[in-house]
Write a protein that binds this ligand. Sequence first.
Ligand code: MAN
Length: 348
Amino acid sequence: MNLIRRFENNPVISPIDVLPSSPELKVECVLNPGAFEFNGRIGLLLRVCETLAEQKQDVVTALVADKNSENGIRKVEISKDDPLADFSDPRLVFYGDITYLTTISHLRLAWSDNGEVFKIDSTPSICGQGDLENFGIEDCRVTKIDETYYLTYSAVSASGVGVGLITTKDWQNYKPMGMILPPHNKDSTLFEEKIDGRFACLHRPVGVELGGPYIWYASSPDCVNWGSHKCVAKTRKGMWDSARVGAGAAPIKTDKGWLEIYHGADEKHRYGLGALLLDFELPWKVIARSEKPIMTPDEDYEKKGFFGNVVFTNGHVRKGDELLVYYGAGDSVVAGARMSINEILATL
Ligand code: MAN
């Protein structure tokens, strides 16, 4: 049985399909989309990563959003032979006390009638605002509760990565609600229903001396103030998810409990997807968990890329038993796959 049925037209969106947000920038990667349905269409909220179109030979340029700079972007140039700089991770530049990103991300909408072919907006839909988002915003989860869409995303700056919240009802007017979980925290998704009258979420803080990058549960009366934190799932030594774990998109309601598709990575930064089955009433309790990943980076476009060997999901759309899972592949492109909820449950 083949649990994962990748779309035939994968990757469905590549950097070449996306217009840069300004002429001096170039789209380096398009990845990790949130997914939702609106007015009979499937929408993706893409993470669009940009760099300078014209790179200078001897420096690496980090881009920082800044209202007072030309075109709203400050360019931080770091010489390639500066002894204070470490360029070993293509995503980051460690420079003395500060870590910069090598790209800056915004969120952009793409729309489809069939879920496989997308028309991408020509301009950014949502950009980072203020000091806590000036390295960009990333990896948005979209959860619809009643008539409101809740967007939870990574807000990135030199102060760290935290979780930001924006709400919208019409995908034209956006209401920023600020940072709801402080650094270091990301991979936060809301449940599609309130639990015991409270908003519920999964999130991923990182324990430093003790603990680690584990999936946690929290609840809130208003979606802004979060409490009742509980640890849900940890990394597992020697397994495919030994180095980090993080929630994907909103947990899926099934008659066996909440099904959560999450990502895990090992020490070699190989990212796969697995499943957690959470207790319906006490959603921080794990009933079952994938021993083996349900999806690993196997295709060329998943093994290669800006940061290869990655399949990472934060967006899906449910059609009965079928899940359309959208994912970032190789941190470079957006791809899709069909999965059956019952088939995943059967593996647990
Ligand atoms: C990690 C990666 C990057 C991302 C930063 C900030 O290093 O996921 O792609 O830009 O975190 O969130």
